[in-house]
Structures are given as structure tokens and as C-alpha cells.
Design a protein around this ligand. Structure first.
Ligand code: URA
Ligand code: SF4
Length: 190
């Protein structure tokens, strides 16, 4: 199922996906939104209650903070592409399980491939560990520009963690977004 011709084809498959147990408890699949050729792509963890209701990633409280952070570097949600590690809501907002992450992974990989961003921002531990194939935690990695194929990857805190963490974490995250803005301004790696 991993050789799709277009991003729309990936979406079609995902919208009907029952490959992991999250299919049984979701309201709908939250595939991804934004510019399918964006220079900047965000990867979160998984849909929460509001995302499960609306079918759109990052529309709850954490999402509103993400939207403000995007705004803060002179972009809008329409300029970027936003997706999650798992496309279906884990019940009660529990962490996604390893089997769920692995089963859902081809969709995210296809999204990264078709969007082909210049910069990928991983939001929190799950996206960072999956895409970098690392066990190093987000507090160590945040704000760094790391090689990711012919793109750059900048890990930052998950906006839900920023909401819990308050001023210091918000300042750190704003600083990470400045790193992102500079990397975008430099453009694609030669
Ligand atoms: N948290 C996430 O990781 N993703 C969403 O889409 C919403 C909240
Ligand atoms: Fe399919 Fe991913 Fe949803 Fe699991 S989380 S059912 S793998 S789309």
C-alpha cells in the first residue's frame, strides 16, 4: 500500500484505513492540511478530541498556540503543511502505541515525500523520535537544525507541553521558530 501516485491517493487510502486498533475508536481520520507543496511541514503526535471531531489537525488549544507560532514567523496555516504521526485519535488522548505508530508510518512518510518540504518541524518526542530514528529526548534536541534527507529537521516542544510549561518553554519554542525561519530563508540545500 506504500506506492501511491499522488498525495490525494495517500489521503484516499488513509481515510478508509482500519489497519490498526485506533480505527475502532476514532470518529474520523485526521490526515493532514495545508499547502501540498509547502516549504515548511509540521509533524505532531496524533489527533485530540477536537481534531477527531473536525477532521483537521491542530485545531484545539494546542493547535491555536501552533497557529500563533506560525503567525509569529510571518506565515499562515495555508502556507505550511500539518500532519501527525498517527492519523486517528488515541482514546482518552493516551500516547500512541509502538504498533500504532509503525502501522501508520507509511502515510507520514508518503506525506513527507510528496510535500518535499525544505524544513520539517517535529512537535514533541513522538514525531522527533520517529523521523530521526533516535532515542534522544526533545529537551536535548530542540532548536537544532538536523539533516533529514535533502531537507532540514528542527525539533521543537509539542505545543501542548508549551501550554503546560509556561513562559520558559514558550520562549524556547519562539527561539526554535526563529531557527526555522532562518533555515527557510536560506532555502533548499544545494
Ligand atoms: N496534538 C497533536 O499532536 N496533534 C494534533 O493534531 C492536535 C494536538
Ligand atoms: Fe490506519 Fe493510522 Fe488510523 Fe491506525 S492510526 S487506523 S494505521 S490511519
Amino acid at each position: 500500500m506504500t506506492d501511491w501516485a499522488t498525495l490525494d491517493a495517500v489521503r484516499e487510502t488513509a481515510l478508509g484505513c482500519t489497519a490498526c486498533p485506533l480505527a475502532e475508536t476514532r470518529t474520523q481520520v485526521v490526515f493532514g492540511v495545508g499547502d501540498p507543496h509547502a516549504d515548511l511541514m509540521f509533524v505532531g503526535e496524533g489527533p485530540g478530541a477536537e481534531e477527531d471531531r473536525q477532521g483537521i489537525p491542530f485545531v484545539g488549544r494546542a493547535g491555536q498556540l501552533l497557529t500563533r507560532l506560525i503567525d509569529g514567523i510571518g506565515l499562515t496555516r495555508d502556507d505550511v503543511y500539518i500532519a501527525n504521526v498517527v492519523k486517528c485519535r488515541p482514546p482518552g488522548n493516551r500516547d500512541p502505541l509502538p504498533v500504532e505508530i509503525e502501522t501508520c508510518r507509511p502515510y507520514l512518510e508518503a506525506q513527507v515525500g510528496f510535500v518535499a518540504p525544505i524544513v520539517v518541524v517535529t512537535l514533541g518526542n513522538f514525531a522527533t523520535k520517529l523521523l530521526l530514528d533516535t532515542k534522544t529526548g526533545i529537551t536535548k534536541l530542540r532548536g537544532q537544525e538536523l539533516p533529514f534527507g535533502d531537507a532540514l529537521l528542527v525539533p521543537t516542544l509539542h505545543p501542548a507541553a508549551v501550554l503546560r510549561g509556561g513562559g520558559v518553554t514558550l520562549a524556547q519554542t519562539r527561539a526554535d521558530f526563529v531557527v526555522v525561519k532562518r533555515a527557510l530563508a536560506r532555502g533548499r540545500r544545494p
